[in-house]
Write a protein that binds this ligand. Structure first.
Ligand code: UDP
Ligand code: MG
Length: 318
């Protein structure tokens, strides 16, 4: 018997959950018929929702009508999707563990392909990758593409464009992901960092089944900065190199001004250029201090060793 656990982070998903459970039930039935000796469990993580998500979860998991074992954890507040994924992975008991969004943007139908990849094709994990960004605002797609280009230039860890958190992993990969106990979790980077043999399964973007996305443009921007800080220290190197370059330029300019004054005298002029230079250098200094600050802040948060999440309520026995 092999057990597949499905981790489902849920934040204000009361409309989407019944649809999700029905679709997952259908897939579980199909996979049960195709592969022998498979059983399923879902681990729903309610990430401090403010709507009826917890009630919906209790209804779904309480009456035993689902064709798979269903358990839930409910956080004491909203800790973010990364924390929900971590909690779900910690509580998943399966030999294989999948992560799937509750809004059906991760088509559960791909699960069978993923299972084939890890059991028959020799991969350790299989992950879904969107081939299109249709249905997304064009400006968001534009910045998302720039972000992936940038982070892959800055970081040695591969962060795949279009990759979702939707994936199926063998136990060894799950344990590797859990062994990274950092507080600032950037899953896309963590999955790349742990390595292992991964198969990308392409699919076309699907829109949300119900409810709305929790991400605003600004929250995505902050998330992208978190990702870069978590997986690259190159911005620090860029800050120091730009400091060195500016010192060199300043030396050359000083020499030029000294020579020019000796040859032609010193007519008082040039305050606009001085003002520009002061503004430029001031801006650059603030930028570099901001970069240092980002790393310092992350280090500060890591050193506190706070728990990644806190559970308020669950039906999972220890
Ligand atoms: N989610 C979560 N905590 C959060 C935000 C989102 O657990 O703070 C869950 C959400 O319920 C969904 C998944 O993460 O199952 C993806 O969220 P969303 O659909 O808003 O993101 P998008 O698909 O737009 O990237
Ligand atoms: Mg979504």
């Amino acid at each position: 018997m092999a057990l597949i656990s499905i981790v489902v982070p849920c934040y204000n998903e009361q409309e989407a959950l019944p649809l999700f459970a029905a679709e997952l039930g259908r897939i579980v039935g199909e996979m049960g018929a195709e592969f022998d000796g498979l059983s399923f469990e879902a681990v729903f993580v309610d990430d401090g929702s403010s709507d009826g998500t917890l009630r919906a979860l209790k209804e779904l998991t309480g009456d035993g009508s689902l064709p798979f074992a269903a358990r839930y954890l409910s956080f004491s507040r909203n800790f973010g999707k990364e924390a929900a994924i971590y909690a779900g992975l910690e509580h998943a008991r399966g030999d294989y563990v999948a992560i799937m969004d509750a809004d059906l943007q991760d088509p559960p139908a791909l699960l069978a392909d993923m299972y084939r990849a890890v059991t028959q094709e020799g991969f350790d994990c299989a992950a879904a990758r969107r081939t299109t960004r249709e249905g997304e605002p064009p400006i968001r797609s534009f910045f998302a593409r720039r972000f992936y280009r940038l982070i892959n230039k800055l970081s040695k860890t591969e962060v795949a464009d279009g990759a979702r958190d939707f994936r199926l992993m063998k136990r060894c990969v799950v344990d590797a992901v859990l062994s990274l106990g950092e507080y600032n979790r950037f899953s896309k980077g963590i999955f790349g960092w742990v390595g292992f043999k991964n198969k990308w399964i392409p699919y076309e973007n699907v829109n949300r089944a119900a409810g709305e996305s929790k991400w605003s443009f600004f929250s995505l921007l902050l998330y992208s900065i978190d990702g870069i800080v978590a997986f690259s220290t190159k911005p620090l190197a860029i800050a120091s190199v730009s400091g060195i370059l500016l010192c060199l330029i300043a030396l050359l300019l000083t020499a030029y001004i000294v020579v020019r004054t000796l040859l032609y005298g010193d007519p008082v002029a040039g305050w606009p250029s001085t003002a520009c230079i002061i503004l430029f250098i001031g801006g650059l200094q603030l930028l570099c201090m901001g970069i240092f600050g980002q790393y310092l802040a992350k280090t500060y948060l890591e050193t506190k060793r706070r728990p990644i999440y806190l559970v308020r309520e669950t039906n999972i026995e220890k």
